[in-house]
Write a protein that binds this ligand. Structure first.
Ligand code: MN
Length: 190
């Protein structure tokens, strides 16, 4: 969370300050479409009071044969999961954000008793997503450590898998407001 605050010191961004906690019935995930200097999707999983985050240059897939690059980014505050809006020019991550998908999730490795934080430490996280667009098992696997730490996000083969779907292309709207990034940019730009 320190990295999150440091990058947003100017205070001009409408993003959450990260001061509010939330109580709910289970951990949440969110995928935010972020039209910044380059368009990407931010995949975030609630764990230990923060949102662990990865940037997906190509977005998530429902096809188990697709391996999607996932670059870890700084932890975000829990209330960021609801954030949709325009980050002003000159601020970190300047651009437009929508809540492309969100819902609850469960860690899948219950047998080992490993929490998401422990799974992250080991470089292999498996979760079951209950989103509007994404459902079923997903695995995140670290394949490079160090300065260029990199992971892969892969859909597991289950009833939520569908190689013919391409929700990144065919379901571009926010599940929160029904808007596209272009609409949000048009409506909320300062
Ligand atoms: Mn981003």
């Amino acid at each position: 969370m320190e990295a999150y605050r440091r990058k947003r010191r100017g205070g001009r961004s409408p993003e959450p300050r990260g001061t509010k906690g939330r109580s709910r019935r289970g951990p949440v995930f969110v995928v935010q479409k972020h039209d910044a200097s380059s368009l990407h999707y931010d995949f975030r999983l609630e764990a230990d009071g923060v949102l662990r985050s990865w940037a997906l240059p190509k977005g998530p897939s429902t096809d188990p044969r697709q391996k999607q690059l996932a670059i870890p980014t700084e932890h975000h505050p829990l209330d960021y999961a609801d954030f949709e809006g325009v980050i002003p020019e000159g601020e970190y991550g300047a651009g437009t954000v929508i809540v492309w998908d969100t819902g609850r999730f469960e860690p899948l490795r219950k047998d080992t008793g490993a929490s998401i934080a422990e799974q992250a430490e080991r470089g292999h996280i498996t979760v079951w997503l209950e989103g509007h667009k994404l459902r079923g098992g997903y695995a995140l696997t670290r394949f490079r450590t160090g300065k260029n730490e990199s992971w892969l996000l892969v859909k597991m083969a289950d009833e939520g898998a569908d190689a013919r779907r391409n929700p990144v292309r065919t379901e571009p709207r926010s599940v929160k407001s029904g808007r596209t990034v272009e609409q949000v940019a048009g409506e909320e730009s300062p």
